[in-house]
Design a protein around this ligand. Sequence first.
Ligand SMILES: NC(=O)c1ccc[n+]([C@@H]2O[C@H](COP(=O)([O-])OP(=O)(O)OC[C@H]3O[C@@H](n4cnc5c(N)ncnc54)[C@H](OP(=O)(O)O)[C@@H]3O)[C@@H](O)[C@H]2O)c1
Length: 351
Amino acid sequence: MKHRYLGNSGLAVSRVCLGTMTFGNQSWGCDESESKQIVDAYLDAGGNFIDTADLYAQTESEVILGKALEGKNRDDLVIASKGWFPMNESPNALGLSRKHMIEACEASLKRMKLDYLDLYQIHGPDPYTPIEETMGALNDLVSSGKVRYTGCSNLYGWQIVKANEAARNLGMDPFISGQYLYNLIRRDIETEILPACVDQGMGVLCWSPLASGLLTGKYRGAEIPDPGTRFQEMSEILNDRFIWQEALELVDLVCEIGEELGQSPVTVALSWLLKDHAVTSAIAGARSVEQLEPSLVSGEWDLPDEHYQRLTDKLPQKHGYPCDWMRIALVPNFSKTEYEPGRAQRFPPLA
Ligand SMILES: NC(=O)c1ccc[n+]([C@@H]2O[C@H](COP(=O)([O-])OP(=O)(O)OC[C@H]3O[C@@H](n4cnc5c(N)ncnc54)[C@H](OP(=O)(O)O)[C@@H]3O)[C@@H](O)[C@H]2O)c1
C-alpha cells in the first residue's frame, strides 16, 4: 500500500484509509466478527490509517474498533476519530465547546481503550461556540498527550481558514486535514474547499468515495436495491444526494473503463480521487472483506492519465460565480507570464 504525508505534516498515512461507519450498524453494516476480519484484511494489505467517530452505530463502531485493535502494534497505526454530533439530550453534549470537545475525545479514547488518538477531527461547524474556544480545547488535548494532530470535517472554506488563524494566534499547529464528501459524482469541494485545504497545507480525506455504493455499478438497471444495502435503508437521503440522469451515465463510464483496464469500478473510482495529490486518502467503507478488496487495490494501482481525463470530463462542473467571472477577467490578465504552480494559488478549474 502506498503512503502519502497528510498535508504539510510529517504523518505518513496509507492512501486508502479504512472507514468504520459500517461497524456495528445493524441496518446496513456488519457485526463485530466481520468488522474484525475487515480490520485484519486492511492491515494485512499494508494499510495503517483507520477512521472512526463517536457517532457511528451510536458509539458501537469505536467499541468494536478498540477490540479489533487489541494485540496489534498500536504505534504503527494512525487512528482518527471525530466529535461534534449530539451524544445525548443535554445541551452541552454536542458541538465544539471546550466542555464537549474534551469530554467527547476522552470518551472515544475510553471506548477504544487507547491512550491517544493520532488525528482528532471536528465533525462539523458549531454556529455558537467561538472558534478560539474550540481550538484552545484541541490545543490542550494535544498538550496533554491525548491527541497528536487535529483536523476538521464538513466546514466551509472560510471556516477552515478562520480556525487555522485562531490556532496560529494561540501558538498551536493548524489543522493538518479536512475530511469531505468527494467522489466522481459529487465534486462540490473543487470550488472552494479543496483550494482552501491546499492553501492551508492540509490533506484531504474523501468520505463516501463510492457515492455510498452507487459507483460500484451494482445498481445499473436495478429499480430497487437489495434490503440491507445503504441505498435501500437510506434512500431518502441518498437518492437526492447521488442520483440523477448524468450521474447514472457517469457510473456507466466508470464500469466501461473498469472493463477496459481489467479493474473493478470500485478501484477505478477510488483511483480517480487519488490521481490529484491534493487528496491524501480515500476512506473506504465496506460491510465485508469481499467488498473491501477492490478498494485496497487502489492503494497500489494508478489510473492512467487518459482514463482520468475521460472520467474528469464526463460530468462537467458548474462552479458558478465568481468562477465564471475569473474565467473572463482573471485568466486572460494573469496568463502573460509563465504559470508557476509552486507560486500560484489554486483555483477551481477555470478552463
Ligand atoms: N466526515 C463525515 O461526515 C463522514 C460521513 C460519511 C462517512 N465518513 C467516513 O467515510 C467512510 C466511508 O464512507 P462511506 O461508507 O459512505 O463510503 P462509500 O465507499 O461511498 O460507501 C461504502 C458502501 O458502498 C458499498 N460497497 C463498498 N464496496 C463495495 C463493493 N466492492 N461491492 C459492492 N458494494 C460495495 C457498501 O454498501 P452496501 O453494501 O450497503 O451497498 C459500503 O458500505 C466511513 O466509514 C466513515 O469513516 C465520514
